[in-house]
Design a protein around this ligand. Structure first.
Ligand code: SAM
Length: 261
C-alpha cells in the first residue's frame, strides 16, 4: 500500500461516525455475516477478541454465538468504544491498536475481525494476532483488497488528478503474506460485494455516515458545486439497472495457529 492514513485520522473519523454508522452499515453487516460463517459451531472458545469492534454490533453477535465465552471488543476510536459500551454489556471493551495489542501472548482462543485490519499493515497484524492466540487458536476475518471502490476512483480521475479513495494491498500480496506467516490450515478467498445507489449524493452521504470518507494521501481539495457536477456526470457512466454501483473487493480468511506452537 502507498502512504497509510494516520491512526489519529482513522480514529477521529470513526469516532465522529459512531452514532450514524449502524444505520449505514449494509455492506459491513453483510460482510461480517459471511465472515461469521467461518466460526466453529462445535467448539466453545473461553476467550474471544473482536478487533476493530466499532459500534459493537458484531461483538454482540459473537457474545450470542458463544454465550459461555468471555468476549472483548477492541477499537482505536474512543467514540466507537463509548457507543459500543452504551449498547452492549455482554462484552468487555478495550481501547487499543490492532498493530500493538495490549494483551499477553497466548491470551485468546478465537480472534475475529471484520473490515478493520485493512487500515493496518497486514504483515504486522498477522504477527500480532499469532502472538496473542493460544496454540490451536483461530483467526477469522474479513478485510479489503485493491480494486475496492474502483468506480468512485475512476469517476474522480475524470475530475482531477488527486487521490480520492483509499488504496489497499492487492489480493496477491495479502495472500503471499498469509502463506509466509506461521499460521497453519489457512483458508482464504476474495469475493466482490457490490452496493447500488439511486444517485451520487446517497452514495457520498453513506460513506460519510460510515466514517470512511478519508483518504491516505493529502487532502483532495474542496468539493465545489462544479467539481461535484463533474463527478456526478462521470459516475453516471457506471449506471446499471440496479443503480450506481460501488464495489468492494473483500478478503475472507480463517487461519489456525498450530497446536504445538
Ligand atoms: C469499518 S469499521 C468496522 C466495525 C465492525 N468490525 C463492523 O464490522 O461493523 C472499522 C473499525 O476499525 C477500527 N480501527 C481501524 N484501525 C484500527 C486500529 N489500528 N486498531 C484498532 N481499531 C482500528 C475503527 O476505529 C473502526 O471502528
Amino acid at each position: 500500500m502507498e502512504a497509510r492514513i494516520s491512526k489519529q485520522r482513522v480514529a477521529a473519523n470513526f469516532s465522529r461516525a459512531a452514532s450514524t454508522y449502524d444505520s449505514a452499515a449494509v455492506l459491513q453487516n453483510r460482510v461480517a455475516a459471511r465472515a461469521m460463517m467461518g466460526l466453529s459451531t462445535d467448539s466453545c472458545p473461553d476467550y474471544v477478541l473482536d478487533l476493530g469492534s466499532g459500534t459493537g454490533s458484531q461483538t454482540s453477535l459473537l457474545s450470542s454465538h458463544f454465550p459461555e465465552s468471555y468476549v472483548t471488543g477492541l477499537d482505536l476510536a474512543m467514540g466507537m468504544l463509548k457507543f459500543a459500551r452504551s449498547q452492549c454489556d455482554s462484552a468487555a471493551w478495550c481501547s487499543g491498536d490492532i498493530e500493538a495489542l495490549p494483551f499477553k501472548s497466548n491470551s485468546f482462543d478465537l480472534v475475529f475481525s471484520s473490515l478493520a485490519i485493512q487500515w493496518c499493515s497486514f504483515e504486522t497484524v498477522l504477527e500480532e494476532i499469532y502472538r496473542v492466540l493460544q496454540p490451536g487458536g483461530v483467526f477469522v476475518f474479513s478485510s479489503l483488497t485493491s480494486g475496492t471502490m474502483a468506480e468512485l476512483g475512476e469517476a474522480w480521475q475524470q475530475v482531477d488528478s488527486n487521490v480520492h479513495i483509499n488504496g489497499f494491498d492487492s489480493f496477491e500480496k495479502q495472500k503471499q503474506w498469509i502463506l509466509d506467516s506461521s499460521f497453519k490450515q489457512q483458508s482464504f478467498k476474495q469475493q466482490t460485494e457490490t452496493l447500488y445507489y439511486s444517485d451520487l449524493f446517497q452514495l457520498l452521504r453513506e460513506l460519510k455516515a460510515l466514517g470512511v470518507n478519508t483518504v491516505h494521501s493529502r487532502q483532495p481539495g474542496l468539493m465545489t458545486r462544479g467539481r461535484l457536477a463533474r463527478l456526478q456526470e462521470a459516475y453516471e457512466s457506471f449506471r446499471v439497472d440496479a443503480g450506481l454501483p460501488l464495489s468492494y473487493q473483500v478478503l475472507y480468511g480463517i487461519l489456525r495457529k498450530p497446536d504445538h506452537a
